[in-house]
Design a protein around this ligand. Sequence first.
Ligand code: MG
Length: 220
Amino acid sequence: MTDVRPDEIVDVFDLDHTLLNAEALWFRPALDWLETYTGLPRAVVNERFAACNKKTFTFESLFASLGVPSPHWERIERLLRGGLSSRANRSLYPFVLPMLAERRRVARLVLVTAGDEAWQRWKFEQLTELHPLFLPEDCHFVPLAGSKADRVDPYRVASRLSFVDDSPRWLEEVASRISHARLIRPVWSDTTAAADHPGDGKHWDVACSAAEIHAILTLP
Ligand SMILES: [Mg+2]
């Protein structure tokens, strides 16, 4: 990581459910395909996919849980990755790109995403529209069992530090370590997992659109 200057403004963003409509939009056609291929009821496919996401996601774990015969795993994974790659940029939430471009004029943008490192890196690689906005050294990939606050901490000297993440787990972790960080929880309408949390409006602000995220980030 390059040095952080005290006069810099730093905006830290999560990826899944913060910038990327990961499940309801981006991954859905892959689940449609797996539903047809396996002949399993959609509810079962959804449930097993959700279970794989609760742990570190890999295609192997998904295929195994759906009973896909292992000799087909490699071929099916390649097929599904092709579709995922081609629709990645279109699966960012509405107006996220112009919001980031606007913030990029005044702030240093940082990405901190958690999950299987190879999978998260691959996901980001497909999101080519994000690449001009984030310096490579400001993209951080954290194991699910790891710490986001460890990656955010080196930016604490910035004149203003904001942390945008849909997950209360990470908001709470950053709040406990970096008390002056401004916290924003995006709650997009598609996200079924985005239930109300007691910290909403108390320990962090909630934003329901890119315009709302931008408005909170630009508060003095
Ligand atoms: Mg997230």
